[in-house]
Design a protein around this ligand. Structure first.
Ligand code: PMP
Length: 398
């Protein structure tokens, strides 16, 4: 077909050929071990699976259009009733905000990311984040004709908060922190992220003394549940405490909760922002069984604790074995490991450890992992899958 480009929205004309369709080939032949999508291969809590099976009898019904029950459940989970009580904010109908007004639901947090682009980005608006990180953010900026302001990660693969702070200008609309980061698996302690958010908003106030514009800070905490540091805390706490500058904290049921295929993610933010963002929500796009299962899943926190403990055990095993095989292993905080060739490797070792070779050799052995950014990224599967992966790695690099 000719001239399709002429039909497109301007930002779609200039958007680089999308990697999305090609990249997201998730269908896998049977008998293959998936360690390439950071899924929870233990699956959801057994009670949630049972509820899903029972709910199949109701798939003829449309789901709750506004997902109020799940929003209320999430609001309860984070104690947002106290936040709503203490706040003077009113919603778009002039009513006092309710706890659920702080919650946005999306068909996966990926859908929330798209909604943010649609709501906030005018052509030319700057969006500051680090790379390499989660690819949906640059995709979202491209979709709406924003300007990508990409700061390299620090030498030890962390988000460079100082570099990002410096990069904020009067044209900055969004600032994105992915914590823990994907694909590197590194995290930054909550206290440092909170300090960064205060600083960014102070700078925004200086850049816009008339108060005519502000900067929206987005913190993607898709892998929060896996972080094993008692001093770490979620930026949801800032919203809970009534922080009143634009802050959006994203979470998902796709990772620790083991429900990626149901496509439910959420974000916590101030009610005025939540109202605005929900304008971009596609009609009827949540799955009914998905909403019910996610509501129930929040009740089984002991299961999430168990998933976290198993992840740490399996992750330690994989990290130790990879180190013994000579790889550089970036300290992991989530349910995957980013590893690569150490600086002092010989030419022969480099050839054997080449990330594309490693990925292809594993695929031959029916184990799928990723090879992003000159490294490999392997998801932490079940204990058995981790053993299979390490056995295959020994064959490949020894
Ligand atoms: N954020 C990050 C950092 C991710 O790695 C992912 C999925 N890989 C997502 C968001 C999106 O997850 P979902 O759409 O399944 O909620």
């Amino acid at each position: 077909m000719k001239n399709v480009t002429a039909l497109l929205r301007d930002s779609m004309k200039v958007k680089p050929a999308s990697k999305r369709g090609a990249r997201q080939k998730t269908s896998t032949p049977k008998g293959v071990t998936r360690l390439n999508f950071n899924e929870n291969n233990y699956g959801p809590a057994p009670e949630v699976t049972k509820l899903l099976i029972d709910s199949i009898g109701r798939v003829n019904e449309y789901q709750d259009f506004f997902a109020i029950d799940l929003k209320q459940k999430i609001a309860d989970f984070y104690g947002l009733d106290k936040t709503a009580e203490a706040a003077s904010e009113t919603n778009e109908f002039g009513e006092n905000s309710k706890p659920e007004d702080y919650v946005i639901i999306g068909a996966g947090s990926s859908a929330v990311i798209d909604m943010l682009g649609e709501i906030f980005i005018n052509p030319g608006d700057e969006v500051v984040y680090c790379m390499p990180s989660y690819e949906s953010f640059p995709d979202m900026v491209n979709d709406y004709g924003g300007k990508r302001v990409e700061i390299p990660l620090t030498a030890d693969y962390h988000f460079d908060l100082d570099g990002m702070y410096e990069a904020v200008t009067e044209k900055t609309k969004l600032v994105v922190v992915v914590n823990p980061n994907n694909p590197t698996g590194t995290y930054i302690n909550g206290a440092k992220i909170e300090e960064f958010i205060w600083k960014v908003h102070e700078k925004a106030a200086r850049l816009h003394p008339d108060g005519d514009q502000d900067v929206v800070v987005i913190v993607d905490e898709a892998y929060y549940e896996y972080v094993d540091d008692p001093t770490h805390y979620s930026m949801i706490e800032m919203v809970q405490k009534g922080y009143d500058r634009p802050l959006i904290v994203q979470r998902t049921f796709s990772k620790a909760y083991g429900l990626a295929g149901l496509r439910i993610g959420y974000a916590i933010t101030q009610p005025a922002l939540a109202d605005a963002i929900m304008k971009a929500c596609q009609a009827w796009n949540y799955s009914g069984p998905g909403l019910l299962a996610c509501e129930a899943a929040l009740d089984y926190q002991d299961y999430i604790k168990k998933v976290k403990a198993l992840n740490i055990e399996n992750r330690n095993y994989v990290a130790d074995e990879l180190k013994q095989l000579g790889f550089e292993v970036v300290p992991p905080a989530a349910n995957f490991i980013f590893f690569g060739i150490p600086e002092d490797a010989t030419a022969e070792e480099r050839e054997k450890m080449d990330p594309v070779r490693v990925k292809n050799e594993l695929a031959e052995r029916k184990i799928l992992i990723g090879a992003p950014n000159g490294h490999n990224r392997v998801s932490i599967g079940t204990a058995e899958e981790c053993k299979m992966f390490i056995a295959a790695m020994k064959e490949i690099v020894r």
